[in-house]
Each structure stands twice: as C-alpha cells, then as structure tokens.
Ligand binder design. Structure first.
Ligand code: SAH
Ligand code: AVI
Length: 328
C-alpha cells in the first residue's frame, strides 16, 4: 500500500505490469485453434491514451450518449440512492464520473471515491486530481482486476453507488458477464446500487462505424495489445503485419474486434519459450463488445440477483444507464 497523504490511499494488487497474468492469457489464448486474447491487456499507458482519443472520435457515440444521460439524470440518481461514495470499476480517467461527484457534492452526501482499474497510472493521476477538485474527498484507489479483486473493496462508509460505465460490461462473453454480475451483487450491501452503462443494439452501420473510425485510432488501439505482448513477454510480433478487423455479429449482437495476419507470421514469445504461427489471413480475436436490448439487460441483472429500478436512455436511444440493487 502507498499512502500519499491524508486523503489518498492506493492499494496495488497487481505486480508491475502483471506479466504473470498476461503470460497465462497469452499461453492459453495463442495456443488455441481459434486464437484469442482478453481485452484488459489493451490498457497500458499508451492503450489508455488511445482509448481516450477513441472517446473523442465523431464515430464513437457511446461516450457522448452516456455523458448526456448522466448530465440529465445525475441529481435524480443521487436522490434515489443517497450515495455517500462511488466505487468505480474500470474507472479510467473518471471523466464522466465527475458529473456524479458534482451531484453528490451538491446534495451534500459526497465522502469517498473508490476507483478500481488495471492501469496504475490512471488510478494515481485520478486520485491526485480529484482530491484537488473536491476538497475533503477521500480517495481509496485500487490497482487491480475487477474479475479477481472485488474482495479487496474497503468497508462502505455509507450507501454506495457502484458504477461500471462506458459499456465495459459488454466486453465480457455472456456467461462470464452473468458470473461477474453475480459476484458483484454479492459484494454489495442492501443499501447499495449498481449504475451500469450498456451500449444498445442499433443500426449495424452505426455500430460498425464506431469501431472502424476514419482516423485509424481504433486500429492502433487494437494493435496495441501486440506492442504490450512484445514489451512484457519479449515477443517479436511484426505489429504492422496485422490488420484491424471489426464487424457486428448480427446473431450474437456483439461487435467483434480481431487482428488478421496479412501474411504468414512466425512469432517467438521469449518469456514463454514458445513459437506461434499465424497462417495468412488467420485472425486473433481481441475483443467482443456486446450490445444490449432491454430484455438482455433485465435477464442478466435478474440472473445476478439484482432488481432493476430505472433504465435511463438518451434522446436517440443509443445507450442506456441502468440503476439496480441487490434483491432482498
Ligand atoms: N469507465 C471509463 C473507461 C472505460 S475503458 C469510461 O467509461 O470511459 C475500460 C477501462 O477498464 C480501462 O480504464 C481499463 O484499464 C479498465 N479495465 C479493463 N479490464 C479491466 C479489468 N479486468 N480489471 C480492471 N480494470 C479493467
Ligand atoms: C471499454 N469498452 C467498452 C470499449 C468498447 O466499446 O467495447 C473499448 C473499445 N474498443 C474499441 N473501441 C472502444
């Protein structure tokens, strides 16, 4: 643990770079018949910067739509929940979270912010900035994996709003998504609420444009995982030999991102002592981003033991933010 000052506590549950977890995922994912890596490895400092740039792209509507919902409904959310603290999973730069923190400050309930993210620099920067912006705010930052470290959340200081924004829940496959939500519901108290951002099913052309931006930022973000593997595991991916692919799977209703080898690739992964071959046009799946209908959302929350209280959407119904609480 690092205690920076009286307001800030930072707890780290990942070893530097978390090479071990990356090594396990790479060994498992690149030796399968259909190669795959989990999306959490996009987010080193460069990946986090690229994601920030994605959020500002004209094609990437989720951030704007979710921000509009929060601006419109933050006061109502705070009144309904009486939240004294926010626990944020995959907090990133906490850009939209400030809308909620402002509303809590306005209501006089704000005591603490508990961000949890795999990217240490994000947690450190956010903690330092927020204690300046909100005098008296306590920050308990957790550098960790929300799939493995929820049991390290501190005891609540009062009614808690657990926020999981950006549609990151869509990056789980459906079974893991329900398992994760169930674990989350169990970690919540009866006075707590979950505020969950979910991207909605819509015109495939709009969806596909959001993941194939004209500036190629998403392509760079996608390829970043190969830079991470090269650096952390002494691998020699020829990064530019992999093309960005993103398409909407209409049956499963999710966006799928892949990297496609433009020619035969032979990759040595030094830290694992293995060699991996990609045939020409062979693909590596790097992310799914599930899109939701009201039924899917209700089904997932109910299966997790969460009772849906509100579904808030933007004028164009591009995105939804739902409020739910553990069923008693
Ligand atoms: N909540 C922000 C950021 C979304 S990007 C927003 O709405 O804009 C996804 C964030 O989740 C990144 O900051 C990434 O580092 C983090 N993340 C991804 N997988 C994670 C995991 N398994 N555990 C913790 N954080 C994770
Ligand atoms: C963080 N997550 C919800 C984003 C998404 O849309 O699935 C990550 C992303 N991938 C490509 N663009 C943005």
């Amino acid at each position: 643990m690092t205690v920076a000052n009286a307001e800030i506590e930072i707890h780290t549950y990942l070893a530097a770079g978390d090479e071990r977890a990356l090594a396990d995922d790479v060994l498992d994912g690149l030796t399968r018949p259909f190669k795959e890596l989990p999306p959490k490895h996009f987010y080193d400092a460069r990946g986090a910067d690229l994601f920030d740039r994605i959020c500002d792209l004209p094609e990437y509507y989720p951030t704007r739509a979710e921000r509009a919902i929060l601006r419109e409904r933050a006061a109502e959310i705070v009144e309904l929940t009486g939240a004294a603290e926010i626990v944020e999973l995959g907090s990133g730069t906490a850009a939209k979270t400030r809308i909620l923190l402002d509303a809590m400050q306005e209501a006089g309930t704000l005591r603490r912010y508990v961000p949890l993210d795999v990217t240490e620099s994000m947690i450190l920067d956010t903690a330092a900035t927020l204690v300046e912006e909100y005098p008296g705010l306590l920050v308990h930052g957790i550098v960790g994996d929300f799939e493995r470290h929820l049991h390290h959340l501190p005891a609540a200081l009062g009614p808690r709003l657990v926020v999981f924004l950006g549609g990151t829940i869509g990056n789980f496959t459906p079974g893991s998504r329900r398992r994760f939500l169930r674990g989350l519901a169990r970690a919540m108290g009866t006075d707590d609420h979950l505020l969950l951002g979910t991207d909605l099913v819509k015109d495939p052309a709009l969806l596909e444009a959001a993941y194939n931006d004209s500036d190629g930022v998403t392509a760079e973000f996608n390829r970043n995982v190969l830079h991470v593997v090269n650096r952390e595991l002494a691998a020699d991916f020829a990064v530019e030999a992999f093309d960005h692919v993103a398409f909407f799977d209409r049956e499963r209703e999710w966006i799928e991102m892949r990297l496609r080898a433009s020619s035969r690739q032979h990759v040595h992964i030094g830290a694992l002592g293995i060699d991996v071959v990609f045939e020409p046009r062979e693909e590596l799946r790097t992310e799914i981003s599930a899109k939701f209908t009201r039924e899917r959302l209700e089904g997932d929350l109910a299966a997790a033991g969460l009772e849906l209280e509100r579904v808030l959407s933007d004028d164009d119904e591009l995105f939804a933010v739902s409020l739910s609480r553990p069923r008693t």
